[in-house]
Design a protein around this ligand. Structure first.
Ligand code: ADP
Ligand code: MG
Length: 532
């Protein structure tokens, strides 16, 4: 049918295709480039990155996931590495840089093995076996903790280490811990922490140490009318996610205005409808209306007259928080509102914070709601504090839910590298070589920590190995000031074990995924699609 030697085109013109070794090499290089980008930010002495987008907006950060999210990356394999950082961030709030660096190292080692003619499937299998063993080792290494303030403060501080807000991290760690303790749910067998119950607000114009924790929910809103009560005790709250207004269409359809007399009638009718709506609130016993949408101007007047405070344009996420905290139901039809739907709070009051009125909802029925007001000199500072604080909160949540930790400063990585190397001997076939490579990959973390602290990577690894192998000091990590080793648990440089487990999980997964690709078929112009 087809002429001999004639190529058969199954892909449309312009499709770019890369196969086998070339495809893999290209993917690995891209992934390694990403890891190199964030390497210098690892650890307490890591550097910051200044990112400038095409509009000239600047972000200064040390946060791995923020950096990777801000830079415009096209390469599909590079994007897969970024997903590692995102997963790490979502699951644990910390360890993003470590996870990406580990993935980069696993791929780099794999590249070397491919050059030695070891098939990617063998490498992938060796890595998988090694990762399973790594989880087992972590189970042996992890240390149980109690709900102890000092330990938890150390964990929060460690998560905030090396960020631009270094000087304020103690104060911020304290706030984060207080916040998490207020919302922890201890009714089930293990503690549950839902950090969605913590609302973060940002205000420039004061120093970072004036950031504070507020018991309850704070809304950047003010009463719609000055005659509305400013302070409500034992408040019953109506939550509406629909406009508090007359449905215009209902009236428009029936009246055609031709005279002033009719106009008056129309206005009267609108007014009547509004009064009826206010009446509903009065009858169910609401003291305050919190509305996600607009509140009609005339309605504001009648609400004030009825002694009902009202707020409008409250965000959807705040409505959700309010519903949860005050145990009220967010309704979308006022006519369906009943007493049972109302939320409860001990006190709602309006207060000024740096020239701006805010509404404080305190002593909510469910009690598990707090707000953190972040202060800082500039937008850049409050934004970075928000990122750092969110990480701290998430890490605390993970620590409290699991109540197990691991020593930081490269201690776990060295222990993993050594123990896995020993285990490699038990592996048959060529997988053994990949297993060993997996073990060695962990050294990238202490080596990078050392280099970023201005120390010699090889010396520091030697010191660590002496401590771990010769002296059995499995909690010893790098003392970044001297290059010697110290007990990280004693120094309070600790992390929830979930951070390490997740980092191994996602970096192994993405490495194996990239290793399995042997054909990249890109549609014409596909690299341009995401632009703009
Ligand atoms: P990541 O995004 O991976 O969390 P970080 O920049 O926060 O990156 O660095 C975390 C690493 O730094 C961890 O391995 C942690 O144990 C280590 N580390 C943090 N503080 C210290 C310290 N004071 N001394 C030594 N290592 C530290
Ligand atoms: Mg960190």
């Amino acid at each position: 049918m087809f002429g001999r030697g004639q190529p058969i085109f199954i892909l449309s013109e312009g499709t770019e295709r890369m196969k086998g070794r070339d495809a893999r090499k290209n993917d690995i290089s891209a992934a390694k480039a990403i890891a190199d980008t964030v390497r210098s930010t690892l650890g307490p002495k890591g550097m910051d990155k200044m990112l400038v987008d095409n509009l000239g907006d600047v972000v200064i950060t040390n946060d791995g996931v923020t950096i990777l999210n801000e830079i415009d990356i096209e390469h599909p394999a590079a994007k897969m590495i970024i997903e590692v950082a995102e997963t790490q961030e979502d699951e644990c709030g910390d360890g993003t840089t470590s996870a990406v660096i580990l993935a980069g190292e696993l791929l780099s080692k794999a590249e070397g093995l491919i050059d030695r003619n070891i098939h990617p499937a063998i490498i992938s299998n060796g890595y998988r076996l090694a990762s399973l063993k790594a989880y087992e080792i972590i189970e042996e290494l992890k240390i149980p903790i109690e709900m102890d303030d000092i330990v938890l403060t150390n964990i929060a501080t460690a998560a905030m280490t090396g960020k631009t807000v270094e000087l304020d991290k103690e104060h911020l760690a304290e706030i984060a811990l207080e916040a998490v303790k207020k919302i922890v749910d201890d009714e089930k067998e293990s503690y549950q922490v839902d950090i969605d119950n913590i609302k973060i607000l940002k205000k420039t114009g004061a120093s970072v140490d004036e950031s504070q924790l507020i018991d309850g929910i704070v809304l950047e809103k003010e009463r719609l009318h000055e005659k509305m009560p400013k302070r409500i005790e034992n408040a019953k709250i109506a939550l509406l996610n629909y406009e508090f207004d007359v449905k215009k269409t209902e009236i428009d359809a029936s009246i055609e205005i031709t005279s002033t007399d009719q106009l008056q009638k129309f206005i009267d009718q609108e007014e009547k409808s509004i009064m009826k709506m206010v009446k509903i609130l009065e009858e169910v016993g609401a003291d305050i209306l919190i509305c996600q949408k607009d509140v009609n101007d005339l309605a504001q007047h009648y609400l004030a007259k009825a002694g009902i405070t009202a707020l409008k344009d409250v965000s959807k996420s705040d409505m959700k928080k309010l519903g949860k905290a005050t145990e009220g139901k967010v309704v979308n039809n006022l006519k369906e509102l009943s007493y049972e739907d109302l939320g409860h709070a001990d006190l709602i009051h309006e207060r000024k914070i740096s020239d701006k009125n805010m509404i404080f909802i305190e002593g909510a029925r469910n009690g598990k709601a707090v707000s953190i007001l972040i202060r800082g000199g500039t937008e850049h500072i409050v934004d970075e504090i928000e990122r750092v604080l969110e990480d701290g909160l998430k890490v605390l949540a993970v620590a409290i839910e699991d109540l197990t930790i691991l020593p930081g400063g490269g201690a776990v990585e060295i222990e993993l590298a050594n123990r896995l190397r020993e285990e490699a001997g038990k592996i048959r076939g060529r997988e053994q070589i990949a297993f060993e490579a997996f073990a060695e990959s962990f050294e990238i973390v202490p080596r990078t920590l050392a280099q970023n602290s201005g120390l010699d990577g090889i010396d520091v690894l030697m010191n660590l190995n002496t401590a771990h192998q010769k002296e059995g000091l499995k909690d010893h990590g790098i003392d970044i000031d001297t290059g010697t080793t110290k007990d990280m648990v004693e120094m309070g440089i600790i992390e929830p074990s979930r951070i390490k487990i997740q980092a191994i999980k996602s970096s192994t997964e993405v490495t194996n995924m990239i290793l399995r690709i042997d054909d990249v078929i890109a549609a014409k112009g596909s690299s341009k699609k995401n632009e703009g």
